[in-house]
Design a protein around this ligand. Structure first.
Ligand SMILES: Cc1cc2nc3c(=O)[nH]c(=O)nc-3n(C[C@H](O)[C@H](O)[C@H](O)COP(=O)(O)O)c2cc1C
Ligand code: SF4
Length: 462
């Protein structure tokens, strides 16, 4: 699978000597020479947008953390990667963990932090090893001078990657999103936050403003400082410059991760993955579990934030689950909804009970027990599932389920009329591993995960 090799070198960077020979460290040296403000200006000029899912302008986020005032500033690299259909952060860590650590150090310099964390899953043992090796080696050669970097191991839950939950985990607690954003309620806050009366969060105090960036964002920062904002802007579009790591899993011949110029059409990316399986026709794509479904007729869409928005969906973390004409889209909707309902933490009643209720109605329809009343009940729950939520997960439920109902009305109507589905159980494409030979392993255990985050005990007689 050919692609660009800025972020994803064709072979893994084996050690720090190889990294330095390939120009590693150049970005951080340039940032030190420029100083914090000019470094931030360079990132602003590059137009870099966060690759963790929202596409938020990176320099604007940095400025809000730097300018928030009040306390110690921290930086956290988000390497939790728990969204189904994504594997790009793990691919990046496996190939070039050094660039991530260098980008983290540049971000710390720009916002004025002397302590940083990299948070990833305990189960990602290979990636943990690579990250620790990079932090140790770059510390040993003195490149990280003035910055202490700690690698934090977190749980398997999807919510771990949500930035307000990530900070809870760094502080040693469960991944339950806190109320206020990291720039306002940062790590190890020294004043009580979240208990204030009133509705305007802008009036709440700020304590230890903390910057959270995705690891791909940080690796891009290191390249931008080494090569310049103009180099970055020579790729992609005005609103979405640079390169992008894309994951494709599901119904394609060669699933995997590749680096492409932003603005590359999804069609072309699917072509790089060998296209559909023999005698199959592609039907739809879902970018992670967060966004509205994209039908095959829209696969000419350029992969940019603005083009995906113009087609009524979002790029998210550029991880695509692809479905062909063998897929049962009613079952797919049910399983995506079940995933979100299970992973919802329950701090906001509308999100947990709403997504559970929607999943139950979808299950009734999928199992052939459904009526039009179930569709009505789903519509009612979708209207409230985002009420007073602390994080975006409830909106993900709304995005996915409502778009699937709109895109495949006949499939739902036929199932209610008693037409049986075309396929067996749908596996949520939660990627455990993409081996070096391209073999994809999915998490089959998630099917037994319960809404309280425990698992159905395995049958001892088997
Ligand atoms: C439920 C949920 C899960 C998320 N998981 C991840 C994740 O695994 N990795 C990640 O970088 N961002 C994840 N995010 C987005 C983060 O909250 C945050 O926006 C991101 O790390 C910011 O980095 P960026 O500005 O570099 O994109 C998630 C968001 C939500 C709502
Ligand atoms: S919106 Fe859902 S997942 Fe997010 S904090 Fe509230 S209950 Fe938890």
């Amino acid at each position: 699978m050919a692609g660009l090799t800025y972020l994803l070198p064709s072979q893994p960077i084996e050690d720090v000597e190889q990294y330095l020979r390939a120009g590693g460290g150049e970005g951080l040296r340039t940032a030190r020479m420029m100083g914090p403000q000019t470094t931030m200006d360079e990132v602003a000029d590059s137009g870099l947008r966060g690759r963790g899912g929202s596409g938020f302008p990176t320099a604007r986020k940095w400025a809000s953390v730097r300018d928030a005032g009040s306390g110690t500033v921290y930086v956290v690299a988000n390497a939790a990667e728990g969204e189904p259909a994504t594997f790009k952060d793990r691919s990046l860590i496996r190939r070039d963990p050094y660039r991530i650590v260098e980008g983290l150090a540049i971000a710390a310099l720009a916002v004025g932090a002397t302590e940083a964390f990299i948070a990833t899953k305990r189960s990602f043992t290979r990636e943990l090893g690579r990250l620790r090796e990079a932090v140790d080696a770059l510390t040993d050669i003195g490149l990280l001078e003035g910055l202490r970097v700690t690698v934090v191991e977190g749980p398997g839950e999807y919510l771990f990657g949500e930035e307000k939950a990530l900070l809870e985990v760094v502080e040693g607690r469960d991944p339950l999103p806190r109320l206020l954003p990291p720039w306002q309620h940062g790590l190890f806050a020294t004043v009580p936050i979240g208990w204030e009366a009133g509705s305007r969060s802008d009036d709440f105090p700020v304590s230890n403003p903390t910057l959270v960036n995705n690891v791909e964002t940080l690796a891009s920062v290191a390249h931008i400082l080494a090569r310049g904002a103009l180099w970055f802007r020579s790729m992609g579009t005005v609103d979405s410059p640079g390169t992008l790591l894309v994951t494709v899993v599901g119904a394609v011949t060669h699933p995997g991760v590749m680096e492409v110029e932003m603005g590359t059409a999804l069609d072309d990316v699917l072509g790089m993955c060998g296209g559909p399986l023999p005698d199959r026709r592609l039907v739809a794509a879902l970018s992670g579990v967060s966004n509205q479904v994209l039908l095959a007729a829209e696969f000419d869409v350029p992969l940019t934030y603005e083009d995906m928005a113009a087609r009524g969906t979002s790029l998210g973390a550029a991880g695509f689950a692809i479905y062909d004409d063998s897929a049962d889209m009613v079952s797919v909707t049910r399983e995506f909804s079940r995933f979100l309902a299970v992973e919802s933490c329950g701090q906001c009643p509308a999100c947990k009970s709403g997504s559970m209720a929607i999943t139950e109605r979808l299950a009734a329809i999928d199992d052939g027990r459904g009526t039009d009343a179930d569709l009505g009940a789903i519509a009612a729950s979708l209207r409230t599932v985002t009420d007073a939520n602390r994080c975006y997960l409830g909106t993900e439920e709304l995005n996915v389920v409502s778009s699937m109902l709109r895109a495949f009305p006949e499939a739902f109507a036929q199932r209610i009329e008693g037409v049986t589905g075309s396929s067996g159980a749908v596996l949520i494409p939660l990627v455990v591993d993409i081996a070096d030979d391209g073999t994809v392993t999915y998490d089959e255990r998630h099917a037994t995960k319960l809404p309280d985050w425990t698992y159905v005990p395995s049958d001892p007689t088997r």
